[in-house]
Design a protein around this ligand. Structure first.
Ligand code: BG6
Length: 512
């Protein structure tokens, strides 16, 4: 099918409708179900990608009837301000919502779940296919999966499938991630496990692969001969909000680096996969993680920076220090900012530094990957001040203003040779409009179809943790004594700038 306007001709294969199934949401009364999962199901239904043989069973501790659950979800959708819902479509979805109150640790609850699933399956013709989404506190993941095993809820027989989506964080470090992988594999086959990282659901993240491998012009220059360095920034202007309890135990490194930032890094740096089949892509991603140069304990202090925000002004608003946030210890040594430099020891990237940074309460929300090319030889422009000759820069804007820009030098019109830096810009919204999306649509849809390409394999998760494990150890052994060390609304501590300045480089001044 071809559609589009003058500017863009979009070649799109006909969407395949997802397989019949029941999606069981553990933690159904929580924030994720409300803000992401139910809206994503509605969006999928609107795109006609959801099977007609479909139903949802919510499971949580709170007591509610099916009807009360339906009312709550309808109310949530109104509050989310997703605009006018199509009444017929919404009604169709609401009629497929069921609820079971229960305690995840109670074996009886799983028996009741089994009975409810059998009834709902019969009523909606979902062919015995069940997709379990674990949106609970991570401490329950392995216990829930063990209960699935005992209750026979994940047995695949007679041609039906049973799959489990596991939310992040997957472990706290290498050892706990390994232990969790081992525990869940006692019950599930790897093909039934879908470890989710919502960054892979973002259109622009998926576009990194298309940009690199569907265009002939970038790949030849995508290597150490032409690239000076790469900067990946995931900046947030928000603080920890209501999540102080979780965050104070996690910190920025654990919360963002081995998962979201490493997804961006591996897609940017990986070799072309032999196909877009799940294992082919994931094999290449994991090779990058394994090629990341070991950071020794001595190097941790030189190559990494941690920060914690004090009070300050973000936008126009005065905001409190991290240590004054709800459920955060007033003496907390948890970092809310991290910057680090690493190298990928392979043929393509030898000696090209990758600088990564992420933090809360930074001046704006922006996620981007900036590829800085090497400078051109300046010999022709001897008489032009060299500081005016900027090297080329390619920026992949992941969010919020999704797009790509290429910055290059151009002559400023006039009788004397003067150079200016200009941008060639592509913005998604200009070409493709904007389709409402929570980022979970693609991931749920893929899981229903059994495509694990955008999910993390066990070895990827472990490889990610193993890269950061020395950093975790050194930081734990040597808590940073001078927190808070950056004011809310600034770009992190001075040390982050020093990290780049020592290499004669500087962070981009990102704007959203
Ligand atoms: C979550 C982290 O996984 O990702 C949060 O736990 C963070 O701390 C969030 O705010 C960022 O996601 P996004 O999609 O807003 O960039």
């Amino acid at each position: 099918m071809v559609f589009g306007d003058e500017k863009s001709k979009v070649i799109e294969p006909l969407g395949r409708i997802s397989n019949p199934c029941i999606m069981v949401i553990f933690g159904a009364s929580g924030d994720l179900a409300k803000r992401k999962l139910i809206p994503a199901l509605y969006n999928l239904a609107r795109e006609r990608l959801l099977s007609r043989e479909f139903a949802v069973v919510g499971f949580a501790r709170r007591k509610m009837s099916h009807e009360e659950f339906r009312e709550k979800i309808s109310q949530d959708m109104k509050e989310l301000g997703m605009g006018e819902l199509d009444p017929d479509l919404w009604n169709w979805l609401v009629q497929r919502l069921y609820y079971l109150p229960g305690d995840v640790q109670d074996p009886n609850a799983y028996q009741q779940l089994q009975n409810l699933l059998t009834d709902v399956d019969k009523k909606h013709g979902t062919q015995g296919n069940y997709l379990y989404y674990l949106a609970t506190d991570p401490e329950f993941f392995s216990r829930i999966i063990r209960q699935f095993g005992s209750a026979g809820l994940v047995r695949e027989e007679n041609g039906h499938w049973r799959r489990v989506i596991i939310e992040k964080p997957f472990g706290r470090d290498l050892d706990s991630a390994r232990a969790l992988n081992q525990e869940i594999r006692e019950v599930l086959n790897e093909s039934q496990i879908y470890r989710i990282d919502h960054y892979l659901g973002k259109e622009t993240v998926q576009n990194i692969l298309v940009f690199r491998f569907a265009n002939g012009i970038f790949e030849p220059i995508w290597n150490r001969r032409y690239i000076d360095h790469v900067q990946i920034t995931v900046a947030e202007s928000i603080g920890v909000g209501q999540r102080g309890g979780y965050y104070d135990n996690a910190g920025a490194l654990r919360d963002m680096v081995p998962n979201h930032i490493f997804q961006l890094l591996t897609l940017t740096a990986m070799e072309p996969p032999i196909s877009f089949e799940a294992n082919a892509v994931r094999d290449e991603q994991v090779k990058i993680l394994r090629a990341i140069q070991y950071i020794s304990p001595e190097e941790v202090l030189r190559y990494t920076v941690r920060g914690q925000y004090g009070e300050g002004i973000v936008g126009e608003q005065r905001t409190p220090a991290y240590r004054s946030e709800q459920n955060v210890s007033p003496n907390s040594y948890t970092e809310t900012f991290v910057a680090l430099k690493l190298y990928i020891d392979n043929w393509r990237w030898a000696n090209v530094p990758f600088y990564l940074r992420t933090g809360k309460r930074l001046p704006c929300r922006v996620t981007e990957i900036a590829i800085q090319f090497k400078s051109a030889p300046f010999v022709l422009f001897r008489k032009t001040a060299v500081e005016h000759l900027k090297p080329n820069l390619l920026v992949l804007y992941i969010q919020p203003n999704e797009g790509i820009s290429l910055n290059f030098g151009a002559k400023i019109p006039g009788p004397i040779v003067r150079m200016g830096a200009v941008d060639m810009e592509f913005r998604y919204a200009d070409y493709f409009g904007s389709t409402p999306s929570t980022g979970h649509e693609r991931l749920l849809y893929d899981c229903m179809l059994g495509d694990a390409t955008l999910f993390q394999r066990a070895d990827m998760v472990e490889a990610g943790w193993s890269v950061v494990s020395t950093i975790q150890d050194v930081w734990k052994a040597l808590p940073y004594r001078k927190f808070p060390n950056y004011a809310a609304g600034t770009w992190g501590p001075q040390e982050a700038d020093d990290l780049m300045a020592r290499d004669g480089r500087e962070w981009r001044k990102c704007t959203s």
